[in-house]
Design a protein around this ligand. Structure first.
Ligand code: 5AD
Ligand code: SF4
Length: 454
């Protein structure tokens, strides 16, 4: 398998341009969409002004994500004016959630396709080409796009995403994903392993297994045996010790000791776990329907530290969920200190229509309070990230090189197993190689170091 075989086809033909917002799952979906359209004879373009079809793969997780897309749809109109016959398609979570509004409010939109409707895109494009609206937002209980080979859109040819499951059954009170992405379903492990092997043979050295809640991955084989997430992870890691394997996201309620045992046994399973806490207050966790307490969460952190002492731990946090008091907020800050997160994604609570919180709770924390709490959370995380990076100064790490540093042609950057970015002088190395780097300095976002002989 040559890397060229996985890359988008360009050149003559009707050209598709695709813009992706939101999570890594969407990045993976855009790669599937391109694969489906390429099979219909379309070619890819990275230049919007050349496109015959503009697709935007959207996110509904917070209101500001949706506002950005509405703004973007306005901007797309100029291309349509310049090129009659140009088609505009909205894909993903916002397509699922807002199909009517999209067609009514935004007359330039020709195609609306939800996350489970991408196989239908060739038909939808045909309908739109003959002047109609191509719309399909049917959710599915089975669709995993299992056997479709994604067209790889990553920049580096070193790291790629593999979706192992779709949808979510957790029903966190604030979250729109179960409504936009439907019920949880796992993908046949054979197709996952095939995809990972293909990537490795093409020169890729890192895969990230993706799902809304990877720890509930489950597949029943024809012989009745079951493949759970730890088993799948081991099978992927066994492809080759030079293939690094990451995964996201883990729900704390399902993070098992079995998973940690498998990780501890295989050094190419990366020492980094993303474990969204959302809040440090047990009262808020219950309201959020997270199905664990602060104590349970801390017990899982202790288990990670026991099995994997050098593992980085990262999280997601929400400030200002319904009824959150100063005391609840302080509990989040104290959880952050207690865990000492290496990194966090931090958000202000944003009401999402149709969710349990929107239906049954009042969004009663004033916006100024949400902002002030979020600022405190961000400031604390910056301190914690800096402390975490300072602890790495003087240590040596195996680094997988991803590319040339943005700041200087003479420097490369890569990642440690803990998923931290390291910048160092290039020597005669190239992306895709493993090198040993000694960390000499850091900021809160990056490690700096120099190459050492192994
Ligand atoms: N408001 C703010 N943040 C949210 N998230 C999900 N839904 C909301 C919401 N309504 C955050 C959670 C989740 C991450 C992907 O986005 O922290 O883990
Ligand atoms: Fe956005 Fe969540 Fe949908 Fe991903 S799954 S696109 S983050 S709403």
């Amino acid at each position: 398998m040559n890397i060229k075989d996985l890359r988008p086809r360009t050149g003559d033909g009707r050209k598709v341009y695709i813009e992706t917002y939101g999570c890594q799952m969407n990045v993976g979906d855009s790669e599937i969409v391109l694969s489906i359209l390429q099979d219909e004879g379309y070619v890819y373009t990275a230049r919007i002004d050349e496109a015959d079809i503009i697709l935007v793969n959207t996110c509904s997780v917070r209101d500001n994500a949706e506002q950005r897309i509405w703004g973007r749809l306005q901007e797309f109109k100029q291309y349509k004016k310049r090129k009659p016959g140009l088609l505009i398609g909205v894909l993903g979570c916002m397509a699922e959630r807002l199909r009517e509004q999209l067609l009514e409010k935004e007359r330039s939109v020709d195609i609306v396709a939800g996350p489970d409707a991408y196989r239908d895109l060739p038909n939808l494009v045909r309908t739109a080409t003959s002047g109609g609206h191509g719309v399909n937002v049917q959710l599915s209980r089975e669709e995993t796009y299992a056997e479709i080979s994604p067209v790889r859109l990553d920049q580096n040819g070193v790291s790629a995403f593999i979706a192992i499951m779709r949808g979510c059954n957790n029903m966190c009170a604030y979250c729109v994903v179960p409504y936009t992405r439907g019920r949880e379903r796992s993908r046949d492990p054979k197709t996952i392993l095939h995809e990972a092997r293909e990537l490795f043979e093409a020169g890729y050295r890192e895969v990230t297994l993706l799902g809304q809640n990877v720890n509930s991955y489950a597949w029943e084989c024809e012989d009745g045996s079951r493949v759970d997430f730890p088993t799948l992870l081991r099978l992927v890691a066994e492809i080759d010790p030079r293939l690094r394997v990451r995964f996201a996201t883990s729900h704390p309620k399902d993070l098992s000791d079995k998973l940690l045992e498998v990780m501890a046994a295989m050094p190419n399973l990366c020492r980094s776990i993303h474990l969204p806490a959302q809040s440090g207050s047990t009262r808020m966790l219950a309201l959020m329907n997270r199905k664990y307490t602060r104590e349970w969460y801390l017990d899982r952190i202790a288990a990670i530290r026991r099995y994997l002492p050098d593992c980085a731990i990262t999280t997601d946090l929400i400030a200002g969920f319904c009824t959150e008091t100063e005391e609840d907020h302080q509990a989040t800050l104290s959880l952050m200190r207690e865990v000492g997160y290496d990194f966090a994604y931090m958000f202000k609570y944003s009401v999402r229509p149709d969710t349990k919180a929107a239906r049954t709770m009042e969004d009663d924390v004033p916006d100024e309070v949400k902002t002030a709490r979020l600022t405190q959370i961000i400031n604390l995380q910056n301190e914690l990230s800096l402390e975490s990076n300072r602890r790495d100064v003087g240590k040596r790490f195996e680094v997988l090189i991803e590319g040339v540093s943005k700041r200087s042609e003479q420097q490369l950057f890569g990642r440690t197993s803990q998923n931290k970015v390291v910048v160092f002088d290039r020597g005669d190395h190239t992306p895709g190689e493993y090198v040993t780097v000694e960390v000499t300095d850091c900021s809160s976002a990056t490690l700096m170091g120099h190459l050492v002989e192994k």
